[in-house]
Structure formats: C-alpha cells, structure tokens
Design a protein around this ligand. Structure first.
Ligand SMILES: [Zn+2]
Length: 537
C-alpha cells in the first residue's frame, strides 16, 4: 500500500496542492500531467466522502520573469497578468476542479503570510545574513553547485554559470538533517516510496545552508524582506509558502490583520492541522519539498505535511521534450484535435502514465487508445446496449438474476473493491483500466457477441440488456474521477436518476450507488448518442 490506506472508511479533510506554475511562457504538457493527476486525486477524495480543498496557482516572481518581461518591453506585472489567465483558462477547460488559485503576486493573501513566516524564522534564529560567493545559473534561476554541472555547464541550459559574490540571507539548513532523517518517510511520506531513497542519500551527504534572499539590485521582482529594504526574497520562502498562504494560515488577510490567538488557530485547524495535506509535485522539485519546506515549517511552529506525491517527466515519442528540438507538445493543440473535449487527454494521461513514473506522450499511441478504448470498448458498447434496449421500449427491468451466464453481477462488486484499493493507493492507471475496460467493458463486449441477445425471447433480452445497462452505470461511476464529462454523458444516456448531480463537488459514491442494482427509481434508458466522435484526418 503506497499512500493513504489509513484513511479508508473515514470521512476526512483533504488539502491537496500542486506545484505553482511559472508563467513566463504558456502552460506545457508536464504541468497538465500534474494538474490532471492532482485533480483525479481530489475528485476521488470527494467521491469517497472526504471534504476537500484543492489549490493550484502560479509562482510569479524571480529573475526569469523579470528578464522575459524586459525582453518584451513590458513590466513583470504586465507579463504575468497576460500569462496567468492562460493557465487558469486551460485548467478550467481541462475540468481541473480546483477550489482556489493562489498567485504569489497576491498582496492581500500571499505577501503577508510570506513575510510573517520570514519573521518567525528570523525570530528563532535560523536566518543569517552573510556574504555569499557562488555559481549562479540564470536559466535555472538559482545557485548551482559544481556537482550540478556537466563540463562546467548547466546541463539544462548549456551555459556556464556566473560567479556571483553578494550579501544574502541564509536559511541554516545544515542544522536540520538529523530530525529530517526521522521524519521523512514516517511523518511525511513520499509516494512513490523510492523517492525517499534519493532524499536519504542527500541527507547522508549533509545539507548546506540555503540562500533565502538576493540583493534588490540583482532581483527586484519579488517580495521584500521584512526589516531589510536592501533584500528581495529568493524563491524558497516566496514560492513554497503558497501552500499555507492560500489557506491564510496565520489569519492575516482581510481588513483587520490579526496574527496569533484564536483566529490563527481556527484557520490552521481547518485545512492544515486537521487535514491530510498532500503536495503533488514533479520529481525535479522533490528535494526542495522534502528538505527545505519541512524545515521551514518546523522552525515556524507549523506541523509537517503528510504526503508528497511525486510525478515523473513526460517524453515525446521517447525523446526529451525541448524547445531547441522543437518537440514540445502543446496542450492546446491536443485539445483542439479532440474538438476541445478534455477527456481523451485526461484518459490518456491517467491510463498511460502510472503516478510516480516518467511517461511517454505519443500522439500515435494517444489516437490508437482513443479509438480502441474510449470510442470502441466504451462508446460503441454503450450505443449497442441502448439501441437494442430502445427497440424493445427502453424499459429497465429487474436484473437481480442476469441471464446468459456472463457473471457480470459478481464481477462488478469485485471490480469495485480492486478499484477502491488502487485509487486509495494512487495506482490510478490500474483503477482506470478496471473502470474503463479490462474487467467490465471488455467482458461485456465479448459476452454480447457470444450470447446474441437479439436472438433471444423478448423478456430475456430485456433482462439481459438491463443488466448490461446497470454494468455501464458502474463503469461510468468508476470513470468519474478520470473523465468526468464523459462519465456524466454515459449516465445521462442511461438516464440514471443522479446523472445531473454527479459533477457536483458534494456528490458521494454511497454504498447504494456502488451496489449491483442499488439505484431505485431507474425505470428507462435515455436516447443513445455518439459518446466520442471519430477523429478526422
Ligand atoms: Zn541552468
């Protein structure tokens, strides 16, 4: 069991966050993968009855934004105000069900929290100002060490770092490694767990202090260091803090800023202390989230998060996506290929890329999967059932005994228990396969051809088709976290009584809904329609 097995059977508060995106360019497919995986997680938690707060956002400060804006002859604020809606709009069209979008340029909510956190760290003596001589990669926008370099160059940017000497505030991370060794993997779990090994290797090498600010002359686009006008905060304190500023953990936003006391406690209890906190991030930033972030929180007297869910990278037909090679997959182009329908992409990412692993984005494989699974196995099956049933009047009859020996009434409950186990352990690709095709739709596709309901007496035929419609009802529910819009279209065509409500955030998979024949008041199916259109060209 990988993840939150201890939560089974308990309604729980879940606070899920993704990494905040850097909006110096339009969104890319890696960011989409992360949002979709987090969304599947959020939707699943809601469906099993947890209360969920799901936050995404943008990391808008830093030298790269400052430089990109300068190149384009606009201010950094103009740049981010132009680009941030590209992210918000894309994620909305992908049906990412986030509850809150945090922007690090938000001076009402984000800045006061970041500055308060800084003050707390300063108060306990873990911040220190001193000169720093280091190698700085402007591409990475961070100081790099010699061991990060290949042939003296940053491997990601193919350029030599600059040597920089300057006054910085430092976060004294070197003091933190002993307790981190205890906390990582126990209090603060990593999924997949093999990522912990990488963190323990870093801890074994020993942690270095982290540059926490830069002089204002070299970095002006950021949050000022409280009490030191000459310095701007560097990415760590600014960006990582979004996870607690978005929930206003110190109770500072609003017209009467208050810190401490009951107000702060109430805020903290709701979505941090009382919640299961899950950060969904990419493997490239795992160490910042596994080492720096918990150390910041602990020193500020805030409890550690619970789960770090770490995804891999996407390649394009096996090749690393890169702007220079020109093989970066544009999510907008993919959406356009499917007429704006987000579900084929959501299905592909969930089906093909196991949570935690690297994965390949292959346009060819994508189109094959779309045709084989979504159009044929699910779409055509549904259509066949509905058309045959409509011919007989469209009534749903008692299917407690399913004729024909398909055993579907026993397979559906088995599928549910496997599905729930896999969903609770973040093994989404197995769960979508159960719901999507392997166990149920695949079986029905085969069985319908063998049994030939159209050759059966009318009563038996209707009974059989009613049972198949019931099986499709379960398929739709299992697909709901992955392809919500399609799951609802299936349910509407089946005409199940809850179809209109199933995309609401308070829709819960009750035991009745998961039971074979568990839905009362379902009398007839609706009109069959094409579920997924054929691809043209
Ligand atoms: Zn670099």
């Amino acid at each position: 069991m990988l993840g939150c097995g201890s939560l089974r059977g308990m309604a729980k508060k879940q606070y899920i966050t993704t990494a905040i995106d850097y909006p110096n360019a339009a969104p890319h497919m890696g960011q989409v993968l992360e949002k979709v995986q987090a969304d599947v997680c959020a939707r699943w938690f809601r469906l099993r009855g947890d209360s969920v707060r799901f936050q995404i956002g943008t990391d808008e400060h830093g030298l790269k934004i400052q430089q990109t804006a300068a190149k384009q002859g606009i201010t950094p604020k103009e740049l981010v105000d132009r680009n941030v809606p590209l992210f918000q709009d894309l994620y909305r069209r992908l049906n990412v069900s986030s509850d809150f979008f945090i922007r690090t340029t938000d001076k009402q909510k984000h800045w006061p929290t970041v500055q308060e956190l800084w003050r707390r760290l300063q108060k306990v003596g873990v911040l220190e100002k001193r000169p720093y001589v280091g190698l700085y990669c402007t591409g990475c926008e961070r100081f790099v060490t010699k061991k990060d370099l290949v042939d003296g160059k940053c491997p990601d940017h193919q350029r030599a770092p600059e040597q920089v000497t300057e006054e910085n505030w430092f976060f004294l991370l070197h003091n933190e490694q002993e307790w981190l060794k205890e906390a990582l993997g126990t209090i603060y779990k990593m999924v997949p767990s093999f990522r912990s090994a990488e963190m323990f290797a870093l801890l074994k090498q020993g942690l270095e202090d982290v540059s926490f600010s830069r002089p204002k002359e070299s970095l002006s686009w950021g949050i000022p260091v409280p009490g030191d006008e000459s310095q701007t905060m560097y990415v760590w304190c600014d960006a990582l803090t979004n996870y607690i500023s978005g929930i206003d953990i110190f109770g500072l936003s609003g017209s009467e800023p208050r810190s401490g006391g009951d107000h702060e406690r109430a805020k903290r209890v709701e979505w941090w202390d009382d919640a299961h906190v899950t950060h969904v991030i990419g493997k490239d930033i795992a160490r910042f989230h596994a080492l720096i972030w918990p150390a910041m929180l602990r020193n500020a007297g805030i409890r550690l998060p619970d789960t770090l869910l770490i995804h891999g990278f996407l390649t394009n037909e096996g090749q690393k996506m890169s702007k220079t090679v020109g093989n970066v997959v544009d999510p907008e182009a993919v959406l356009k290929r499917f007429g704006g329908d987000p579900d084929p992409l959501r299905f592909y990412l969930s089906h093909e890329i196991p949570v935690g692993n690297d994965g390949d984005f292959s346009p060819k494989r994508f189109e094959e999967l779309y045709d084989a699974k979504l159009r044929n196995q699910i779409g055509n099956l549904l259509n066949r059932i509905l058309v045959l049933l409509k011919k007989e009047g469209g009534q749903i009859v008692d299917f407690s005994k399913v004729p024909g020996g398909s055993n579907v009434e026993a397979i559906v409950p088995q599928a549910w228990s496997f599905y729930e186990q896999e969903m609770n352990s973040f093994v989404f690709h197995n769960a979508v396969a159960v719901g999507g095709h392997n166990q149920i739709a695949d079986l029905l596709n085969q069985h319908i051809g063998i049994y030939k309901p159209w050759e059966r007496p009318k009563e038996e035929k209707i009974q059989y088709l009613s049972a198949l419609a019931e099986a499709m009802r379960h398929v739709a529910l299992m697909l709901l976290p992955f392809v919500p819009a399609a799951a609802q279209r299936i349910s509407k065509q089946l005409n199940v009584p809850y179809a209109d409500k199933m995309l609401a955030k308070d829709f819960v998979l009750t035991p009745e809904l998961k039971r074979w024949g568990g839905v009362g008041g379902w009398k007839a199916v609706g009109e069959p329609e094409i579920l997924f259109a054929p691809l043209v060209g």
